[in-house]
Design a protein around this ligand. Structure first.
Ligand code: HEC
Ligand code: HEC
Length: 223
């Protein structure tokens, strides 16, 4: 992975050096954290409020207006990291901050185990040609938009307006992840929509939460 990534990033030496340092720094932070085993059954009752937004097809965040992200099919490790970032203030979003604030690390592991569902496995060629502006991104987010490690989010089938919003947040500093801050800083504003369009068209794709679907969830909607 690292080699492939380095090769594809070779064209922009400084950026790559900075990003690799960031990647290594965040990798070692991740390594120190205990890996909590998520229990989807315990995650289910925790998910009811969340589904009011994440389980509604086409639901939008108001002011600014953009689609609520798709979670089904996403890497659970990434979802857990994202929730901790909202909780700890490394992502600025008032609603998600208050949603995540009441969750312990174990709650987070459980709720993401419930949401993530079946992982996506890219089995086909990418849809369309990779735009030049998205070349570097594919070394972590995959040519098919499926993140190549559990820490790299899948973008395949994600709402394009949400992808643009996320990139703007990394660029402005509302999201503080150092790797993506470095990446987003290099993306021209006019390329954001092109990149978002490419990843949002990839298949297999993330989906809006559908309930109940889990293997333990054949029951008729009881808690
Ligand atoms: C009022 C609507 C609403 C509710 C309720 C809500 N969310 Fe969210 N969620 C959002 C929005 C909007 C975003 C995107 C925020 C941003 O711009 O960073 C988001 C982002 C996320 C993300 C980040 C996804 C990604 O791809 O990075 C996760 C994970 C998440 N929510 C999980 C949850 C969980 C778990 C709950 C319940 C405990 C919940 N949400 C409740 C609206 C909501
Ligand atoms: C070195 C690996 C790496 C590269 C290269 C990379 N990313 Fe990321 N990307 C990440 C990581 C790690 C995260 C999660 C950051 C966080 O916790 O907020 C992320 C998050 C994102 C998100 C937010 C996803 C969500 O669900 O909220 C978007 C959008 C994104 N990247 C787009 C891009 C684009 C566009 C490029 C190319 C310009 C790119 N990335 C290059 C590692 C990478």
């Amino acid at each position: 992975m690292a080699l492939q990534w380095l090769r594809s990033g070779m064209r922009s030496g400084v950026l790559v050096a900075a990003a690799v340092c960031g990647a290594i720094a965040s990798a070692s932070v991740t390594a120190q954290e205990p890996v909590l085993q998520g229990n989807p059954q315990r995650g289910k009752p925790l998910s009811y409020t969340c589904l009011g937004c994440h389980g509604v097809d086409g639901y939008k965040n108001a002011y600014p207006n953009y689609s609520v992200p798709e979670l089904e099919g996403q890497h659970p490790e990434y979802l857990a990291a994202a929730l901790k970032e909202y909780r700890d203030g490394d992502r600025a979003h008032l609603t998600m901050h208050s949603q995540a604030s009441s969750l312990t690390d174990q709650d987070i592991a459980d709720v993401v185990a419930y949401f993530a569902g079946k992982p996506l496995t890219p089995d086909s060629k990418p849809e369309g040609n990779i735009p030049a502006a998205a070349q570097l991104c594919t070394s972590c987010h995959g040519a098919n938009g499926v993140g190549i490690t559990p820490q790299y989010p899948t973008l395949a089938g994600q709402h394009p307006d949400y992808i643009v919003r996320a990139l703007e947040e990394y660029k402005k500093g509302g999201r503080k992840n150092p790797v993506m801050a470095g990446m987003a800083a290099t993306v021209k504003d006019e390329d954001m929509a092109i990149i978002a369009d490419y990843f949002s068209r990839q298949r297999p794709s993330l989906a809006t939460e559908s309930r109940p679907y889990t293997s333990f969830g054949k029951e008729s909607g009881g808690k």
